[in-house]
Ligand binder design. Structure first.
Ligand SMILES: [Zn+2]
Length: 449
């Protein structure tokens, strides 16, 4: 096989890597060399990309999202509510999701993510009204079309209102259907190995929307198929009360009883864990997706990120669904996490570099991909390049700090597996005005019912 041509990302304005002052060389989807100050690459480079106007980061990794929710942003009926009441307002709207509207929702979310410097994203899709049985297949197709790396989760809900759960009967499925389709999508789409572009994980929505039987069976299936596990946990005080009333224990105890407290699992939110629970999470090597914007909009609370990390828990960042953020911009999420955690812990414990680390190495741990999230030899050639030529950056000192402190929100370039997915601030082949037109029309149809 012909080795793919090497590209030297030359002379970056700044780069989040040690010993790479003159840039990095990528080849065959991997980072093959870091070029220190005063040196030339030792790899024969066929192409040079002049990065002298760019700040180069490892591609950002989004560890929690619900792509379809881009169709229900800033919906008046759901605004100014806390989680449970917010969900109850939205479920009937989400029940109207169709294959066509999902495709548009996914395309919008992934495009926003790519343009914000995100090169790997997860998605948690758990709404399966009749007619939307191929939801995960639709998501895979859109991700491949746009060139982003994905870990898509086959979500599920099987505890509806008639069984004491929150969702209406029309958006849930039965356990056998869920497990059969979970096995199907893993067999069909899950790629193994360090170059994987599409992976699948299993993801019951939350302890209050699935049965114990499904939680346990999902953990068993994930073990058998060797895939990751994801769910929402400890997002609100309401959830603690729900668990204590229904299961007579706290959410983490319940998770453990269901066979989930292990290194396969990453959890969205993780706000209401006590010190002992954080230690148990760390020991089990479970990871947390911190969703700073969503937690602030729904007033859920603040994930104790520093205590988590001190307890050995890897923490990544997630934009969360676009009905509770309502943006899908991961670079903005870095700033939001930085601000929220700095307000909590102070200037000596949280810096802009911590927030960037959460969105890269921390997120890589959440998705179980240590080959991502770092600019180092042997890692994946996933990069995000930002220019500092906007008015908002004018007068900056430290270019890396400026990204976070001045509020970068738009990547000029993004590379995924050695291929450019964003060029000059645009996704090649994507007609954004046309996407906005069709996505907005689909959203209006859903809102109107
Ligand atoms: Zn979520």
């Amino acid at each position: 096989m012909e080795p793919t041509a090497a590209i030297w990302i030359r002379n970056p304005l700044a780069i989040l890597a040690d010993g790479a002052e003159r840039g990095t060389v990528v080849q065959g989807g991997r980072i093959v060399e870091l070029v220190p100050a005063g040196r030339e690459p030792s790899t024969a480079t066929a192409a040079v990309f002049d990065a002298s106007a760019h700040v180069v980061l490892p591609g950002l990794i989004n560890t929690h999202h619900h792509f379809y929710q881009t169709l229900t942003r800033a919906l008046p009926a759901a605004m100014d509510r806390e989680l449970f009441s917010w969900l109850q307002a939205l479920y009937p709207v989400w029940a109207r999701l169709t294959p066509e509207s999902l495709d548009l929702g996914v395309t919008a979310a992934v495009s926003e993510l790519l343009l914000s410097g995100c090169t790997t994203t997860t998605d948690h899709h758990y709404v399966f009204p009749a007619g939307l049985e191929d939801a995960i297949d639709i998501e895979v197709a859109a991700a491949k079309r746009l060139g982003i790396r994905v870990l898509l989760t086959r979500g599920s809900m099987n505890r509806s209102q008639k069984d004491g759960g929150l969702p209406p009967d029309s958006v849930v499925q039965d356990e056998d259907t869920i497990l059969a389709d979970s096995a199907r999508v893993v067999a069909r789409h899950h790629q193994r190995g360090e170059d994987a572009m599409v992976q699948i994980a299993l993801a019951p929505c939350s302890p209050f929307s699935v049965t114990t039987s499904l939680m346990r069976a999902t953990a068993d299936l994930a073990e058998k198929l060797d895939v990751r596990l994801h769910t929402h946990l400890a997002e609100t005080e309401d959830e603690n009360r729900f668990c204590e009333e229904l299961y007579r224990c706290r959410p983490l105890d319940y998770l453990e009883q269901c066979g989930w407290l292990n290194a396969r699992t990453w959890l969205a939110h993780g706000i209401f864990f006590n010190a002992g629970e954080m230690k148990r999470l760390g020991k089990a090597k479970a990871a947390i997706s911190h969703c700073a914007c969503s937690n602030q909009i729904l007033a859920s609370g603040c994930c104790p990120v520093c205590e988590m990390e001190e307890a050995g828990v890897a923490v990544g960042l997630g934009v969360d669904g676009s009905a509770s953020n309502d943006a899908s911009n991961l670079m903005q999420e870095v700033r939001a996490a930085f601000l929220l955690q700095r307000a909590r812990y102070g200037v000596t414990r949280v810096s802009h570099k911590d927030a960037l680390r959460w969105a890269t190495k921390g997120s890589a741990a959440c998705v179980g991909r240590p080959e991502l999230g770092e600019i180092a030899v042997g890692k994946a050639a996933d990069l995000a390049l930002f220019k500092l030529d906007d008015l908002r950056f004018s007068g900056h000192g430290d270019p890396l700090a400026a990204l976070v402190l001045c509020g970068a929100h738009r990547a000029d370039r993004a590379m995924v597996g050695g291929k450019w997915a964003v060029i000059d601030g645009a996704i090649p082949g994507l007609d954004v005005p046309d996407l906005i037109r069709r996505h907005s029309a689909a959203a209006r149809a859903m809102h109107a019912g």
